[in-house]
Write a protein that binds this ligand. Structure first.
Ligand SMILES: O=C(O)c1ccccc1NCC(=O)[C@H](O)[C@H](O)COP(=O)(O)O
Length: 218
């Protein structure tokens, strides 16, 4: 039996980063999308990344970022993984992998099974796939909207690459989401916040305990 992997996304303070690390987060996400309420500056990101290095994988979350922007993040923050959360093509991921020498994660917007079809192309280059909910109409954010989709469509998905479920997860529903989808990795942002963009250490601990409490065959 092995533990579920958990990514806590959009951490922006030292207290909540410490809570996530102490409670056993496997990945911690730092947000580089300026419109996000979880956005961090490069200097904040460096401090938070230093706390996490060697304890959890540092994930830099980007949206359609140009090569210069990615290079600056690589040089200053040195993340373990770059998350691509926009309309980036598989070729852009491949280029970033070669250029920056990091692992890459591709987020895809999902509302129905057909949305999973492109995953096979991304799986050729991506080290991880993240199946997130399609943003609601009018949202300025491609992720972090706290909405979910039918988790059962991920059941029995075989991509030969690891993937995560996200979108609207929280400490109350994460165990059920893992059971009905069969996933072994989950990601959360809004569900561990007390208000939009403000992470809550107690909710982070509760989420990690609930997710890690589900045992999967491994
Ligand atoms: O969280 C954001 O503000 C965000 C903005 C732009 C692109 C991606 C963003 N989040 C990426 C994530 O990996 C979130 O954890 C994921 O979308 C799930 O969010 P939530 O439904 O709020 O748990």
């Amino acid at each position: 039996m092995s533990d579920i992997k958990v990514k806590i996304c959009g951490l922006s303070t030292e207290d909540t980063m410490a809570a996530a690390l102490d409670a056993g987060a496997d990945m911690v996400g730092l947000m580089f999308f300026p419109k996000s309420p979880r956005h961090v500056t490069l200097s904040q990101a460096c401090k938070l990344a230093d706390m996490a290095r060697g304890k959890a994988d540092i994930v830099a979350v980007t949206v359609n970022m140009d090569l210069d922007g990615l290079s600056r993040i690589k040089e200053l923050v040195n993340p373990d993984i770059i998350q691509f959360h926009g309309e980036e093509a598989p070729e852009s991921l491949a280029a970033a992998k070669v250029m920056h020498g990091t692992k890459v994660m591709k987020a895809m917007s999902i509302s129905e099974k057909a949305d999973l079809e492109a995953a096979q192309y991304y799986a050729i280059v991506a080290d991880w796939l993240l199946f997130d909910a399609k943003p609601p109409k009018g949202s300025e954010l491609p992720g972090g909207n706290g909405v979910s989709y039918d988790w059962t469509i991920l059941k029995d998905l075989d991509l030969k690459k690891p993937f995560m479920l996200s979108g609207g997860l929280d400490p109350e529903n994460v165990a059920e989401a893992i059971r009905v989808s069969g996933v072994t990795a989950v990601d959360v942002s809004s569900g561990v916040e007390r208000e939009k963009g403000v992470k809550d250490s107690d909710l982070i601990r509760a989420f990690l305990a609930a997710a890690k409490g589900v045992k999967v065959p491994g």
